[in-house]
Structures are given as structure tokens and as C-alpha cells.
Design a protein around this ligand. Sequence first.
Ligand code: UD1
Ligand code: M6R
Length: 686
Amino acid sequence: MCGIFAYLNYNVDRERRYILQVLFNGLRRLEYRGYDSAGIAIDDSSAKCNSNSNSTPPPLVFRQEGNIESLVKSVYKEVEETEVNLEDRFGTHAGIAHTRWATHGEPAPRNSHPQTSGPGNEFLVVHNGVITNYEVLKETLLRHGYTFESETDTEVIPKLAKFVYDKANEAAGEVVTFSQVVLEVMRHLEGAYALIFKSLHYPNELIACKRGSPLLLGVKELTENKDSSSAFEDNKFLSKDGKPKELFLSSDANAVVEHTKKVLVIEDGEVVHLKDGGVSILKFENDKGEHRASLSRAFSVRRALSVLEMEVEQINKGHYEHYMQKEIHEQPESLTTTMRGRLIRRGSNISKSVLLGGLKDHLKTIRRSRRIVFIGCGTSYNAALAARPILEELSGVPVTMEIASDLLDREGPIYREDTAIFVSQSGETADTLLALQYALDNGALCVGITNTVGSAIARNTHCGVHINAGAEIGVASTKAYTSQIVVMVMLALAIGGDTISYQARREAIIDGLFDLPNKVREVLKLDQEMKDLAKQLIAEQSLLVFGRGYNYATALEGALKVKEVALMHSEGILAGEMKHGPLALVDENLPIVVVATRDACFSKQQSVIQQLHARKGRLIVMCSKGDASSVRPNENCRVIEVPQVEDCLQPVINVVPLQLLAYHLTVLRGYNVDQPRNLAKSVTTQ
Ligand code: UD1
Ligand code: M6R
């Protein structure tokens, strides 16, 4: 939900045109996080050589409903119509930007960010997250004469900053620093947020702070500095030596990696101040995240930069038209990366095993747990559901499933003897994070399975596994799903240990894992066939997907993909439930996909096909290669033949044709593939 970005060039001449381009590109990289409105703030021309706030003109703010390109167009149009010159040069300049996924207030310029303290733009804020106590703050500010123009929760923040600034100046008559203002503002905020502040009173400075939502700082030095990758010295990074540098703040690494790989992942409770080419960090003592009462004094902290392990190519579409298409087709490679270094096979009939570095010290505890609880949302939940049977089989530990929001709604029981496994591509989904906090409070061992190194879930779990699928940008999760399943199958193998009775089974699965990328390559050849099927289904209103056993998850996930991007009603149904309701829907018009690949449920699925056929169901059957004639009830029934693999890996294969179907349906129906209506990549609000 929402992406925030900032660009500060220090002692390096940049044209306004260039600054705008950097800000717009940053937003384009973050657009998948939210895309219903956007905005930026930059300096007015006369600010460039004047740091005296009394005579500095207010920053320029541009806000627009719609996607980033609508903002870009409107900014250039506005610039043309005014005296703002794109060739103006700034030796030092601080710009901020935002792309929004509306939570409070409809998409409209007044609700877009930057939100402002009022006329004069004394304080400007871009925000990702939610301020839960904004109504109380708003009432207080209204009583002090502030007026509000938006319906957002964010607007209280710049207004509170102005209030704090004015009060401090009135009372002390002395200069209050930008960090002091923000620290005071932060003390009053509740909820989850990442914020960037820009102020008329502190030209060429920026402040970033966060609690809950992700934020990182990227550092690019424009002259070689051998010591630069070291820790912050005396709480100042890059001493104020006047050397040129560029600093970036961003909700995620995608917007930073094309500029620099040196980053600092900002932690909860930290206030990062960019000023005069230096960076200083203040942190609240005892910051627990959710209780502002626990905030007390702030102290300076030293932090080291880390190096991003991602490549720019990962965030480009390459020769593909859409990210979703690229991410579907790169699954052979993403699965290979997921397994790299984790599967061990020595010699043809010697030992085969799994090594998950992040879990090896915790396996004993997990094996001894009374129960394993999978917790996630959406696709991540489905991936866990696909892995549940093999985990039960190999570990012998009961495995239960929890949708994160439902666990929280019920305050369902979680015990000290439980292992709770949190599955999340982004590692920042609000419901999953809150469920994690709940499980931690209840004393369970908390394990994370996430794609995002440094994410809140990766940091706050006791241990875990990174799925290493590479950046996933399409809002519809595809390659993360298959990598999550593979990680959870490896997890089952690791927890299962090396009991003799399961040796043959384990080795077959490991062999299957080694061969899986090839099999995915094979199933991807169905692309054209799925496009043809999509053409047949283009005008349908609804699609059902029946699965069971390992492929109940495939049914849910296939249906989720279709509904999410192709905007077609679609339902995944547990085939065992067919006669308990869904059968009433069956007629000769409604298309129904039945997943009937070879596994222990095969004969039951054959019977489901017969029963649906008897009711004149319009069937599309997915079966193992070579089974077409035995599953097809008549010539009109369409068959999708897929390669057969070990039963627990079959969901990885079976979901691919459904991903392709959802993709082609979306393109043919003329909808936005990568940014489906009303959705955002990471759902950081409840
Ligand atoms: C790690 C390194 C990898 C290196 C490999 C070889 C990282 C991120 N990974 O991979 O670059 O090639 O060793 O030695 O540096 N964790 C959680 N919660 C999560 C996910 C992970 O606590 O949700 C923890 C793990 O318990 C572990 C650490 O993060 O301590 C790294 O996890 P992971 O990347 O999966 O470990 P390796 O595969 O060993
Ligand atoms: O980042 P997470 O895996 O925690 O996200 C969970 C869901 O929001 C996510 O999987 C969502 O269902 C996707 N858009 C599905 O494609």
C-alpha cells in the first residue's frame, strides 16, 4: 500500500528536469504498491541559493488523481503554464514523492500526498501506512484553529509538525531543529507508518522515520571514499566534507537499486535526518511499535550500510509486455535460485538431503512442537495449504491453517508449544504482521517464509527461510507462490529428518525438486493453448475450479488469479464439497476447470468429472500427460495435459497453466495486468 520516495542531491548540480525525472522514475518503480493517485514536492527556483527560511519561497506541490503517468503529464503541463523553469539548476535540493493506494478518502488531488501543513507548505509529508489515532489529533488541531482540506489520516502529520514548530519557537524563542520537531510529532502518532518530511523552514533537509511500514535509505557518493561503507561515525554518516553525493529514501529497494546498492534499512522508531550531506539517526528508547506511551527519550545510534543483493535487470520487464508475464515465464529460474545451495545430492545413490541455513538450529524445537500453524493471506496462504499435506506426512506433527485476519478476529489459541509459520512474499502484510505479534506474545516459536530480506516479518520472526524468488512486481503473485511451495516442501524434508521408513519418499522428492525447473519449462509451453482457451472464455461471467488433496490449493490459487487480474468472478472449490452445494451451479454454460492429475485422489476426481458431465457441465480437465483419453468424458471436453511430478510438487506444475490463463484473459479483456483494479502489492493496512 502506497510508495514513498525522496531524492536529495548534495553539492552536485542538477537541473530541475533531472530532479523531476529521478522522482518520477522512483514512483514508477513503486507504482505497484499503489496507483490511484500520486504527487511530488520540489523547490521553487529562488530557494536554490537561499537557505534563510524567512525569504525562501514555499515548495511547489503537484498532486494528481490516477497513475504516475497522469501525474507526469499534469506536472509538465503545469510547468509549461507557469514560470517554473525546467533548466533551473540546484546544487543541493530535496524532493519528495508519493504513489497512493487510497484508504482514507477517495482518489483525488486533495487526498493525494504530499499532505501539507497549510498554505505556504511549511511542512510537507508523504506517508505509507495508517495513523490510527488521527481523529483525536484532528480534533485537537481543529480546536487550535487548523482547517483540513482532505479526508486522509495523513493530513494531521504536517499540521502537527507546524503546531509543534510554532509552539517551540514561541516558547523558547530559540531555533528548534528539524529532528526535534519530527521526534515530537512521532511521539503523538499511533499506527503503522513510514514518513518523509520536507519543510520550508529546513530547506535542503529531509527527515525519514518509521514504525511498522518499510523504508530504506540509499547512499550514492559521487567521489570515491574508501571508508564509506563503514558504520556511521559519531552518529554522522559521510562527514560533512562537502563532497558531492546523492541520497534516496524509498519504501523498497526497487526504486533505489538503479542508483546505488549501498543501503540502510531504517528500523522502527528511528528518525533519520539528512542535512548538509550528512546523515544522523536518532532512535526512541523502548520503542515497541504500537504504544506511544512506551516512547521516552531518543538517543543517537550507529548503523552500518548493507549491500543490496538485487540486480537492476530484476526490476525491468526485459522483452516481456508485463511483469506478470515475465514473472510467470521466469519460474524455472526463480525456482532454481530458491533451491540453490539448499539441496544436497552426492553421487547417484548416495545421500540426498536438504539444508536450510536459517532453520538448522531450530529443527529440534519444531519437531517437538505440539502443532505447526501456517499463517498467511491470499496467495501466501494458498501456498501453505499446498504444502500442508507433505509437512503432515513427513513430520507427523499436526498442521493447522490460519488466515491471518481470521486468527486475529477470533483471537484463536496459539500456545508456547506451537510453531507458527508466517508466509508472506512481501514480509510486510499488516494482518500477517499483527498475527506474528500475537503469536510472539503467546510464546510460540515464530518462523518466517518471505521473499524480502530485511522485511518486518524476516526481522521479527525467530528464524526462517528467504525464498529468494527475486523481486516480484506484478500485483498478482506468481513466481513467489511456486517458490514458497518449494521452500515449504524443503521445510517438510528438513523437519522430517532422516527416518528410514521415509527414505525412498524423501529421495524421490529431492530428485523431483532437482528436475522441477525443467518440468516447469515444459508446462510453460502451454502458453498458446492457454491463450486459445482464454479466447473461448473471454466473455464469461464466472469460472469454477475444482481441486482436492494437494491441488485444493491449486483450485483456490487459480481462481484467485483469475478474479484478481481478469476481473472475472471465479471460485476455487474443494471437490469433496461438490455435492454439498456447488453442484447446484452446474449447467451447460458455466465453465468448470477440474484438476485431475495423478495422485492418491485421482480416482475420486475421475468420479467428480463423471458427475459433472452427467449434469451437462462445461468441463476443462487438467490431467497428467497421457491421461487425456481416460479423463475426457466426451470430445467437447477440453483437456490440459501437464507433466507429472511427485504428488507434493504437482501444485507447482498445475498452477502454471492457470496463471497463463489468468494472464491472457486479462490482456484479452483489456484490463491492467500488473495493476489490477483496487489492489496493491503489499497490503500494509488491515
Ligand atoms: C544465508 C544468506 C545467503 C548466503 C547463505 C550461505 C542472507 C539473507 N542469506 O542464506 O546470502 O548465501 O546464507 O551461507 O544473508 N530469517 C528469519 N525470518 C525469515 C527469513 C529468514 O529470521 O522470515 C533468518 C534465518 O533464520 C537466517 C537469516 O534470516 O538466520 C537468513 O535466512 P536465509 O537467507 O534463508 O538463510 P540461508 O539460506 O542460510
Ligand atoms: O506479501 P504477502 O504474501 O503477505 O501478500 C499476501 C496477499 O496480499 C497476496 O498474496 C495477494 O493475495 C496477491 N495479490 C495475490 O496475487
